[in-house]
Design a protein around this ligand. Structure first.
Ligand code: HPA
Length: 270
């Protein structure tokens, strides 16, 4: 694995010599956030050795290097999901590469279904913990000790100081934010009514198909992680319970200005 990472890093560094401090993963419908970055270099995933190629609508598939809030950042416009057929190791490969490009902090975003009955479509939820129902842990396989321990601690997967900063930023701008537990499932099916109820019983506030594997490997490598969901549907309360990908993208687009404000100010405050 280390050799593949080194080859990807070497290729990227042959095109871009800056050292990003923060990595950002843009979730479904949140790709426009990239316009906030003063871009210095964009590299399509397809050009980077060993990078998988993104296939989902609403994910454009490139690394964007540039400046945001006075910091060097690298953003992933488009991420890799287990449901696309990639192995779990492929899904998290870009996170490993960003770490070896120099990032210390990782900001993750996603579109998620609201499980908590108080949530509304368009709400933002700061993730303060997660439950993985995605079942396959991305660290399964031989452990490379230079990257992290065999049995990583996960008592603070999302850093409390970053959560506190984000809440302060939101309050100062009068943006309502929820805070809760994200449950990761494989997808690609949205949840059945019974599954929504199970997730509620488990203690989940939102459900989605990403983020947790990325959070796990970032913790494995000692990165500070912050993550936020845009609640794009509230299937648990919908009589018909019909959710479409278009509905998810539309709701994410509406929440984007507030999401953008918080992420931008958080990068500046790190
Ligand atoms: N379930 C799972 N993933 C999702 C959902 C959902 O309701 N909405 C957006 N991503």
């Amino acid at each position: 694995m280390m050799q593949k990472i080194n080859e990807a890093v070497a290729y990227i560094q042959s095109l871009y010599q800056g050292t990003p401090a923060v990595g950002i993963v843009l979730g479904s419908g949140l790709g426009n956030f990239a316009a906030e970055i003063k871009a210095e270099k964009e590299i399509p995933y397809g050009d980077i050795p060993h990078f998988p190629v993104s296939t989902v609508e609403g994910h454009s598939g490139k690394l964007i290097f540039g400046e945001l809030g006075g910091k060097k950042v690298v953003a992933m416009a488009g991420r890799f999901h287990f449901y696309e057929g990639y192995t779990m190791h492929e899904c998290v490969f870009p996170i490993r590469v960003m770490k070896f490009l120099g990032i210390k902090t990782l900001l993750l975003s996603n579109a998620a279904g609201g499980v908590n009955r108080k949530y509304k479509v368009g709400d933002l939820m700061i993730i303060n913990d997660h439950i993985s129902q995605l079942t396959v842990n991305p660290l399964i396989g031989p452990n490379d000790k230079t990257m992290g321990p065999r049995f990583p601690d996960m008592t603070e997967p999302y850093k409390k100081h970053l959560i506190a900063k984000a809440k302060t930023i939101a309050a100062a701008a009068n943006i309502k934010v929820q805070e809760g537990v994200y449950v990761a499932v494989t997808g690609p099916t949205f949840e059945t009514k019974a599954e929504y109820l199970m997730i509620e019983t488990l203690g989940g506030d939102a459900v989605g198909m990403s983020t947790v594997p990325e959070c796990i490997v970032a913790n494995h490598m000692g990165l500070d992680v912050f993550a936020m969901s845009v609640i794009t549907d509230v299937g648990i309360r919908e009589e018909e319970n019909v959710i479409t990908h278009e509905e998810v993208l539309e709701a994410a687009k509406h929440a984007e200005p507030n999401f953008t404000h918080i992420f931008k100010e958080l990068v500046a405050a790190i």
